[in-house]
Design a protein around this ligand. Structure first.
Ligand SMILES: Cc1ncc(COP(=O)(O)O)c(C=O)c1O
Length: 446
């Protein structure tokens, strides 16, 4: 065919002429203008605004962004978020993950919770708190909440057995748990304390940020939370080993530690985990969100206390007890009515007055925040038929008597609760008017 005959010395690797100096086809960024404009649409910008943005950015020579946290040639937003969280909350380690559920999963696994263990969770919390105990193949033990709507330390103490490994206080609806009591019980029985702070980001207990008091603190930073993007979460701890294990669980294939490819420094460092990494898109949004947290919590708390201080005393309704009113995030002002019928009536009447309010009242709607609806646990449902962890041979105890009425106090409190949503942007006058409307309704029915 007349092809030139080459010898070894013709190879570029040996100093010969290089075959390809340049390609004619010009590459386009993998992620470019179209993806950016799709984001703008997600934000809600209309077609005209998007066209303007396109015209401005189209001719900029911007390379494809790296939307993953690791090996990012730019400064990673997720890393920046973690550093900001460490500083803001005063925690030695912060690990960003992709949800509050995965934060709990990482914390449980980091603490070594597994087959044979029991973990005490409250009967009023989002289901994920308990579900992740089962996902870690341990047994959830459901405890009562008290008149603060957070876990009742007296019931926790009653439910401790030789198999108890951890307590999970959940700071519900902005309000902290009785952390002094919980920490004392944990110390006495040598238990881990894993705070579920999905609902109270920015809240405090006796001046300390929630999520930094126990061994580990878990946050949800999703769209439904006062601080959050779309889906996100965070784990805080002061313990290097717990952080390392949480990190291994959140990104099993990468095995990030000080040295990614090193052999494990001690047993329990390398194991098969998950991929719960947060993306740079979420990281960017949540970083900005977290920067707003402190000021936001102050505004909510101020307005909640403004309203509360103006509500008169009534016979048939009392405010929820707070374990630290100054640390309550304050986005919800909660009262307990004498009975569930009254709670429902008050909520309807307040709504009619223009006050955002809600109550379960007599509505028996299914709600994943109330243990009585956790049939996955009550009926020991598992993804495979052998029933692990409920049938686990490593579990030497007697399974809790799961039933829909096992925590009567919890059911009583959630049925009688009346929730009034507080707006951080209300003026002093708005708060006065809200309190006036509450007094009007309470004075008629209570
Ligand atoms: C108390 C509590 N724990 C855990 C979670 C789970 O968080 P995520 O939805 O981000 O997985 C939530 C979310 O609503 C929650 O309220």
């Amino acid at each position: 065919m007349g092809d030139k005959k080459y010898s070894e010395k013709d190879l570029a690797i040996n100093g010969g002429e290089k075959s390809i100096r340049k390609f004619e086809g010009k590459g386009k960024p993998k992620i470019g203008v179209e993806e950016f404009l799709e984001l703008a649409e997600t934000w809600g910008y209309g077609a005209k605004a998007r066209e303007k943005i396109r015209r401005i950015i189209e001719n900029e020579d911007v390379p494809s962004p790296h939307l993953a946290r690791y090996y990012n040639p730019r400064r990673s937003k997720v890393k920046e978020l973690e550093e900001y969280a460490q500083k803001l909350f005063g925690a030695r380690y912060a690990l960003a993950v992709n949800s509050g559920t995965s934060a709990l999963n990482c914390a449980y696994v980091a603490c070594g919770i597994g087959p044979g263990d029991e973990v005490i969770v409250p009967g009023y919390t989002f289901f994920a708190t308990a579900a992740e105990v089962v996902a870690a193949r341990a047994i959830p033990v459901i405890a009562e909440v008290d008149d603060s709507l957070t876990i009742d330390p007296r019931d926790v103490e009653k439910k401790i057995t030789p198999r108890t490994k951890a307590i999970v206080p959940v700071h519900m609806v902005g309000n902290c748990c009785d952390m002094d009591a919980i920490m004392e019980i944990a110390k006495k029985h040598k238990l881990f304390v894993i705070e579920d702070n999905a609902q109270s980001c920015g809240g405090k207990y006796e001046g300390r940020f929630l999520g930094t008091i126990g061994d580990m603190g878990c946050f949800s930073l999703s769209t439904y939370k006062i601080t959050g993007g779309g889906e996100g979460g965070m784990v805080l701890t002061n313990d290097e080993w717990l952080y390392t294990r949480a990190q291994s669980q959140h990104d099993t294939a990468a095995c990030w530690r000080p040295d990614r490819y090193a052999k494990e420094r001690r047993p329990g460092e390398l194991f098969c985990g998950q991929n719960y990494r947060m993306s740079e898109l979420e990281g960017s949004v949540i970083l900005v969100q977290l920067k707003k947290t402190e000021a936001q919590a102050k505004r909510f708390n101020r307005n909640m206390r403004r309203v509360l201080s103006l509500v008169k005393k009534f016979e048939k309704v009392v405010p929820r007890r707070s374990n630290d009113i100054l640390g309550d995030v304050g986005y919800s002002l909660i009262f307990f009515a004498k009975d569930r019928e009254l709670a429902g009536k008050l909520a309807d009447a307040l709504e009619a007055e223009g006050v955002p309010a809600g109550a379960r009242g007599t509505r028996s709607a299914r709600d994943w925040h109330i243990y009585a609806y956790w049939e996955h646990i009550l009926e020991r449902k598992t993804p495979t038929p052998e029933g692990c962890p409920f049938t686990c041979p490593y579990y030497k105890g007697k399974l809790p008597d799961y039933s829909a009425d096992m925590c009567p106090n919890t059911l009583d409190y959630v049925d009688r609760a009346l929730y009034i949503s507080i707006d951080q942007w209300w003026s002093a006058e708005d708060c006065k008017n809200v309190a006036k409307a509450i007094n009007k309704v309470f004075s008629v029915y209570c």
